[in-house]
Ligand binder design. Structure first.
Ligand code: GLU
Length: 313
């Protein structure tokens, strides 16, 4: 089967080194197999992802030399490539899940969930305690008068295990480790977990390359593939880039953002340094994405988080 890779950034600001590494690895992994690359814009949260960030991201990826075959600007058979314009597909998938009696309305507020001493996942998210799982139709009607509900997927106490192309075997028990999860928020926005599965399947994606912070989303996504009768892709999760102080990269680390990098470095300098940190450039020598193709190998990429040295960028 021909390889189809993708990058799926959320344009909630200017891209930083973590996003660039993600796009570089996804690009190299697919291109090295002669595969195609899809670019999908994950802008479901339209308040956080205004259109100007999306346009900036397209310009930034182009500047870096990371091209795509299908996506915004290039178009393609699965257009539109912005999630904010694909809600009819998510709605159809939701209907399929509803027809299996697996979806229920949840009236809990985010503040309420955080205030209750609910167990937390290792990534800080709450494991939903099932408060609204067994509401009667009368209770639902009563609550719906004052609040519009989110929609949750009822998960079984099953272990979902998969072999990640980079990180090896990973498994979670859906009810113990994840809990019933949101498919649609109370404001009507579809949740990432549903949209990503619907889109990767619709776009014929055969390999997903993304940061290890999403490893723990994968069992939930595999469960959705199963319920929707879709074939899952291969997954490759790579270690996160950390700021020199060991914390996760964020807007605080202005030096790691393209705003700052672009004024100081060329694309081959940025990509060469990232490839050096990720194990497949023998020295911090400038390299274009195309130059790196023969040297890229997943087994060279570390499995532990990578701390950015203070003086490399
Ligand atoms: N949109 C997500 C992000 O920018 C990536 C989701 C994915 O790759 O599955 O973090």
């Amino acid at each position: 089967m021909p390889t189809v890779g993708r990058f799926a950034p959320s344009p909630s600001g200017r891209i930083h080194l973590g996003n660039i590494l993600c796009c570089l690895l996804a690009w190299l992994s697919a291109r090295q197999k002669g595969g195609r690359v899809v670019l999908r814009i994950e802008d479901l949260d339209t308040a956080r992802c205004p259109a100007r960030y999306c346009n900036q991201m397209l310009a930034d990826l182009t500047w870096l030399g990371l091209d795509w075959d299908e996506g915004p600007l290039t178009g393609g058979p699965q257009a539109p490539y912005c999630q904010s314009q694909r809600t009819a597909l998510y709605q159809a998938a939701l209907k399929t899940l509803e027809s299996q009696n697996l979806v229920y309305p949840c009236f809990c507020t985010r503040a309420g969930l955080h205030a209750a001493s609910a167990p937390h996942r290792s990534d800080g998210q709450i494991i939903y305690a099932g408060t609204c799982r067994s509401l009667t139709p009368a209770q639902i009607q009563e609550r719906a008068r004052t609040r519009s509900p989110g929609l949750r997927l009822r998960v079984p106490p099953e272990n979902w295990r998969f072999t990640d192309g980079h990180m090896g075997t990973y498994q979670e028990n859906l009810s113990q480790d994840c809990g019933d999860f949101l498919l649609r928020r109370s404001d009507g926005t579809f949740a990432y977990q549903l949209a990503v599965v619907v889109d990767d399947a619709a776009m014929g994606v055969t390999e997903v390359v993304r940061g290890a912070d999403l490893l723990s989303s994968t069992p939930r996504q595999l469960f959705l593939y199963h319920l929707l009768g879709l074939t899952p892709p291969e997954f490759y999760h790579f270690p996160l880039l950390l700021a020199p102080d060991g914390r996760r990269l964020s807007k605080r680390n202005a030096d790691a953002g393209l705003d700052s990098l672009q004024s100081r470095m060329t694309p081959p300098e940025i990509l060469g340094n990232l490839a050096y940190l990720a194990g497949f450039n023998p020295s911090a020598r400038p390299r274009t994405a195309v130059d790196l193709l023969p040297d890229f190998r997943w087994d060279l990429v570390p499995k532990e988080d990578i701390r950015l040295p203070a003086n490399l960028f």
